[in-house]
Design a protein around this ligand. Structure first.
Ligand SMILES: [Zn+2]
Length: 198
């Protein structure tokens, strides 16, 4: 069943979003049709402004509205400590634990031969350059507790340890097979404190 063209167009767009099925897309579209004009306009503006204003930090590839993100600009951060994550949204997860005082590096994903993602598709070269430039002493690998995340961690250990860098991985206890953000702050704090050498 299809709806009038303008409604169907929105349903189709919403259904392309992660975690939104056909039913949810329909419900959202009809909800947006029923709300006040200014409520719908606020949503549209928020999307447009986010797309216009947010870019990637020139240093760590976190999201930011300036040249460098607020974490890289924070002079109280320990520059000798670098936490490597797959996605920018994982930084918030580690930050919530309040256990980490270093800076971050966003890889942009994890090594996955099945999906054709190798080290060259990730920000590995940028990481190696930073480790050298910024006198990093320890790299904590906080990739997802998945096969791809583990493969990426081992690869990082192989390229960074010969440079004299301590490479550690978050301790087990994280929900295996899922995203980092399935972990609550207490579990993540413990995983950070109990991190193990690779
Ligand atoms: Zn940054």
């Amino acid at each position: 069943m299809t709806f009038e063209a303008p409604i169907q167009r929105l349903i189709d767009e919403l259904a392309r979003l992660p975690g939104i099925g056909r039913k949810s897309a329909q419900r959202l579209a009809f909800h947006l049709l029923a709300v006040e004009d200014e409520d719908a306009a606020r949503l549209a503006t928020a999307i447009t402004e986010m797309r216009r204003e947010v870019r990637l930090c020139g240093r760590c590839f976190n999201v930011t509205d300036g040249d460098e993100c607020s974490i890289c600009r924070d002079l109280r951060r320990d520059v000798a400590l670098l936490c490597v994550v797959e996605r920018a949204q994982d930084i918030v997860v580690v930050e919530r634990s309040q256990e980490f005082k270093g800076r971050y590096h966003v890889l942009g994903g994890a090594i996955s031969p099945i999906e054709g993602i190798g080290p060259d598709q990730l920000r590995m070269k940028e990481l190696v350059a930073r480790v050298d430039d910024e006198k990093v002493e320890e790299v904590i690998v906080a990739t997802n507790p998945t096969v791809e995340g583990d493969t990426t961690a081992l690869y990082l250990a192989r390229i960074l340890k010969p440079l004299g860098i301590r490479v550690t991985r978050l301790a087990s206890g994280l929900p295996v097979g899922g995203d980092l953000d399935y972990a609550d702050e207490l579990t993540l704090g413990r995983a950070l404190a109990g991190r193990q050498e690779l």
